[in-house]
Design a protein. Structure first.
Length: 75
């Protein structure tokens, strides 16, 4: 990984003069390391997707349950 100081304003954003931009490259990694990193990335993405979906479902049930309790209590 190479670190370069980018002081040009070619991107058009207001970055401070000491802003550091990292150039990311996989050039120094073996093919095996790239495959293992991709596998780890996919596992993490799947884990967080399942966790977020479960949290959304739980929150939806928590919101719906009190509403149904109120409707049943008013009858």
């Amino acid at each position: 990984m190479q670190r370069s100081s980018s002081q040009s304003t070619s991107s058009g954003s207001d970055k401070p003069a000491d802003y550091v931009r990292f150039e990311r490259s996989t050039a120094g990694f073996s093919e095996d390391a790239l495959h293992r990193a991709k596998a780890a990335q996919l596992k993490l993405e799947h884990f967080y997707k399942v966790a977020v979906d479960a949290a959304i479902e739980r929150n939806t049930r928590c919101v719906e349950k009190p509403l149904t309790d109120l409707e049943e209590g008013s009858n």
